[in-house]
Design a protein around this ligand. Structure first.
Ligand SMILES: [Zn+2]
Length: 189
């Protein structure tokens, strides 16, 4: 019996891509100068270059559950953001949330201590965006996810990252509903 191997399947596709003369991809080999840093969810359906229309090398992507960069601990998300700002010279940060987010669903239905507590800092969000009586799960989860984009965009300034020129830093909030193929601009700071 042959056991399915998704990694081999994916690698075979990657080889095909390498054999193509993908100029945009090859041009990134020696230069890492992204235009923006993107903080978005781990959700496999979110493909940054597809959403933003960007080319390889343009988007420094930080993936974290619920596009949430924790204050505490030694998580790599915060370090990655600091690296993008200090070492890569990024001045525009985009927080991208999405509809039908599993992380938001877990928080909405089980509370902020779910998933080992990695989203516990969302307790404040739950308090400010309570569920309305008779509101369906799917509706509330998307409403919470939209509010979370603004929440995360605002709190990035409070992460304690030492920024040389804070006035130059812009944080944008975007939300995508893949079912509607629609990207909303939620906020800018
Ligand atoms: Zn998600």
């Amino acid at each position: 019996m042959t056991i399915p191997d998704p990694v081999q399947d994916l690698l075979s596709t990657a080889t095909s891509l390498a054999e193509r003369d993908n100029a945009a991809w090859l041009a990134t080999a020696d230069v890492h100068k992204p235009k923006i840093a993107l903080v978005t969810c781990c959700d496999a359906r979110i493909q940054p270059d597809e959403v933003l229309g960007s080319q390889p090398g343009e988007v420094f992507t930080i993936r974290c559950l619920g596009n949430h960069v924790p204050f505490g601990g030694n998580g790599g998300e915060r370090a990655a953001l600091e690296y993008a700002i200090h070492h890569l010279g990024v001045r525009d940060i985009v927080v991208l949330g999405h509809a039908k987010c599993g992380a938001m669903g877990a928080v909405a239905t089980q509370g902020a201590d779910v998933l080992g507590g990695c989203l516990s800092e969302l307790a404040d969000l739950l308090n400010t965006v309570p569920r309305e009586a008779s509101e369906e799960d799917t509706v509330y989860i998307d409403r919470l996810a939209r509010a979370n984009v603004k929440f995360q965009a605002q709190r990035l300034f409070s992460l304690g990252i030492d920024i040389d020129a804070p006035d130059e830093l812009r944080v944008h909030g975007l939300f995508i509903d893949l079912g509607k193929a629609n990207v909303e601009h939620c906020c800018q700071h």
